[in-house]
Design a protein around this ligand. Structure first.
Ligand code: PLP
Length: 350
């Protein structure tokens, strides 16, 4: 049997996942053999899932949240597009998302037969005029990103929600990564800030739960009902998830992580991560490179291509943005001493 590689996170700079919190790891192990896809048989984990959604609702400013723990942000985004398509009243549906949106929306468009219209950006955020130009009577959904994958930017969510509302469309916020840092910032991003219908928010990223634990939230149960499929051989009568059998470990670890960390633990982590990102950006600029201002704890650095390759040879797990910048995601395992070691390698190689 091979060991998981990387076994530790000491040189992992670009991952959006992290070492699970010890309580989350423990809960995942205890619930390994459960399946929340069959709540008639696995009652305890089904109750835990209700708790997970209540807790996620607290994080995202929504009382009595509807939703479920998905396999990840990809599934949650696909399902949000599916809700909007099924609710919409058109044979030629489209949805509008900024160019910064995660590639999972391209999967959603392909699987669901809904046209994806990509809006231009302005300073890394959705350009509102560009979004308005793409919306028409067949638009079923407008997507905003709260914490973009590459640069950690937050779209103007309240304005996007208003535009969706005016068009009779739903508004979905993708906070897969940002959802567990944004509550401690001044950004407007959640259900209490804007007329949002659905949200993706993943415990298995900044939430420090074990993979797989994504989250789909909906303002009300009637939205989730758009996904309901009859389930003849189960005690429960219908299912809204995309997968059938799914991970009880993910559900239990999400609850354990949130019970342990919401809100103080997450807030402390956000402050540490943000100060590491700000520090790294300043250190990088002092060395004559450009860093994209880290609005949230992600730093994109304009290292030359060769330097990134050499750093990777040193074992640094550093990936690139579409533009070719090195991208450091300041996850909980990315500590100041680790970043100092990284800079020492940068200095040695330049
Ligand atoms: C990571 C991410 C996703 C995809 O989530 P998975 O859990 O990898 O499926 C979607 N949207 C954003 C903004 C992300 O950062």
């Amino acid at each position: 049997m091979q060991r998981a590689e990387p076994q530790d996170f000491s040189r992992v700079l670009s991952s959006m996942c992290t070492r699970p919190h010890p309580a989350a790891r423990d809960a995942a192990e205890r619930f390994l053999a459960t399946n929340p896809g069959d709540p008639g048989t696995y009652e305890t984990v089904a109750k835990l899932e209700r708790e997970a959604i209540d807790l996620l609702g607290q994080v995202a400013g929504l009382e009595d949240a509807a939703g479920y723990v998905s396999s990840g942000g990809t599934e949650a985004n696909i399902q949000a597009v599916r809700i909007a398509r099924n609710r919409g009243d058109t044979r030629t549906p489209n949805f509008v998302a900024p160019a910064s949106a995660h590639f999972s929306f391209r999967k959603a468009a392909d699987i669901l037969g809904v046209e994806l219209r990509t809006a231009p950006l302005e300073d890394f955020r959705a350009n509102l005029d560009g979004v308005a130009e793409l919306i028409d009577e067949d638009t079923v959904l407008v997507v905003g990103v709260a914490g973009t994958t590459e640069y950690g930017r937050v779209d103007p969510i309240p304005a996007l929600a208003d535009m969706a509302d005016d068009a009779g469309a739903l508004c979905h916020v993708d906070a897969a990564w940002g959802g567990f840092v944004l509550p401690f910032t001044a950004h407007s991003w959640d259900f209490s800030d804007a007329d949002i219908d659905t949200m993706t928010i993943d415990p298995h990223k900044m939430g420090q739960a074990a993979v797989p634990a994504g989250g789909l939230l909906a303002r009300g149960p009637e939205l989730l009902d758009e996904l309901a499929i009859d389930t003849p051989y189960l005690e429960s009568t219908s299912q809204v998830t995309l997968t059938g059998t799914r991970s009880g470990a993910g559900v239990a670890s999400a609850v354990a992580a949130m019970e342990e960390l919401w809100p103080e633990g997450y807030e402390a982590q956000y402050r540490t991560s943000q100060s590491n990102a700000d520090w790294l950006a300043a250190e990088i600029e002092a060395r004559g490179f450009d860093a994209v201002d880290p609005v949230l704890p992600i730093v994109a650095i304009d290292f030359p291509h060769d330097l990134i390759a050499e750093l990777r040879e040193q074992g640094w797990r550093l990936s690139r943005t579409e533009n070719g910048e090195g991208r450091v995601v300041c996850m909980p395992h990315v500590t100041r001493p680790m970043l100092q070691e990284f800079l020492d390698d940068v200095d040695r190689l330049t």
